[in-house]
Design a protein around this ligand. Sequence first.
Ligand SMILES: Cc1cc2nc3c(=O)[nH]c(=O)nc-3n(C[C@H](O)[C@H](O)[C@H](O)COP(=O)(O)OP(=O)(O)OC[C@H]3O[C@@H](n4cnc5c(N)ncnc54)[C@H](O)[C@@H]3O)c2cc1C
Length: 458
Amino acid sequence: MKAVELSKSIEGLTGALQGRVCLPGQKNYDELRTPWLRVINQHPALIVEATSVSDIAAAVRFARNHSLPLGVMSTGHGIVAACDNGLLLRLTQMKRIEINSQTNSARLEPGVTSGEMLKLTEAEGWVYAAGQVSNVGVIGYTLGGGMGWLVRKLGAACEAVQSVEVVLADGSVVTASAQENADLFWAVRGGGGNFGIVASLELNLVPIKTIVGGEAWYSLSSARDVMRYYRDWSADLPEDTSTVLRLMAVEPNADLPDQLRGKTACAIGICHANPETADAMLKPLFSHHPPLVNNIKARQLSEMAQFDKASHLPGAPTYGHVEFLKSLSNEVIDKLVAVAEHSIPPLMQIEVQQLGGALQHSNAGQCAFAPSAAPYLLHLVTPVTPKTTLEDVAKATQKAFADLGDVYTGEANYNFLRGDEQFRVPKAFGEEKYKRLREIKRRFDSENLFHLNLNIAL
Ligand SMILES: Cc1cc2nc3c(=O)[nH]c(=O)nc-3n(C[C@H](O)[C@H](O)[C@H](O)COP(=O)(O)OP(=O)(O)OC[C@H]3O[C@@H](n4cnc5c(N)ncnc54)[C@H](O)[C@@H]3O)c2cc1C
């Protein structure tokens, strides 16, 4: 289509929207096209900032009628493909949340972040299976599975979805739930944005007023012993307890003792859902390995977001890689500590997230999300600094992963795949689920309009 015709059509679209259109050269264009995680540099022909489901439907129809690539951005933490010369649909302004205390659930829109959601639900004594970081969108996180601080207690976030309102590739709006469009409902819970655009979602809430959580800090020189003990101790923990072990650089001005400030150190993060049993659960760890600093205490789940330092870097591109670990053997521990000794910085954070618990229940994964039986998820996050490029940090991260050897299960975590890992998408689901996802994709998006994502192949 000629540029003149397109700009005439854009005028028509603008008139039909409750939200707005932003074009190249206009104020805020650069800000609006840039995802929170700055690994994608995209130049859309137009940006639609939707404020309602009818805006989303109008944008979908417009992209389709004008054969424009369609990009979808809720809060921009997982953009994996550039929307160049296409229509970028931003959902950031869609921030309505309604709590229904009759059904113990919340209906929310895609611009709602985890911090915003918890702020409202916690005031009523409720939480959801929130991710580790407060500024990630609840819907984007949930559509890809969603494993957060209470993963061993509550399983993946997508398992608590009650219903979704979806704009399909033809611009129609449907509801999907166990009763209605059950295949679509199955697919969106884990299969990401492949089937339509989720304009709102209803999520079951859980009554947890207070958790016991925080970090126990150790020096890097004791990390090998601490990690061995952590592995054995955490293996017997109840589902109420979720844990994360991190090796990371402590900032020089951090509010921590001299032994840790400006050094690489080891932290065990704890999130325990039952304050009455927390002391007994922690006692063995603290008596065998008294921490240098212990800030584990009764608090609200939302406060746990402060402990993921790697996520407080808006503006800095970061390179992440994630694998499921077969085990945390002595050899793996020694190699991880060696990486920490030699590569932090620039490698900023090594994270070992404990899995198991609720993920292994027989009713877990009754949707596209496929829970892994692996005991741990290994995550390296490396920021680009003024002295490094994305290429440098990618190389260093990949080398660290390769050096560990044959210690991964080969499965993939959909939420953490990068754009250059499209070939691993089937590994997030296993053969049977992936086959069903492809069938559903062919039914609901036969032309792959929703392709600027971690794509389910037609
Ligand atoms: C700092 C950080 C911390 C994270 N922590 C966790 C964690 O603890 N656990 C975890 O499991 N994951 C985590 N993630 C991964 C995160 O859950 C995914 O990247 C997720 O997609 C981000 O949601 P978003 O709203 O930012 O998505 P966006 O980046 O806005 O969108 C990414 C893609 O998701 C799809 N999508 C988003 N919204 C919709 C919608 N409304 N309808 C249809 N499709 C949509 C689209 O395909 C879109 O291209 C983290 C990521 C970062 C950067």
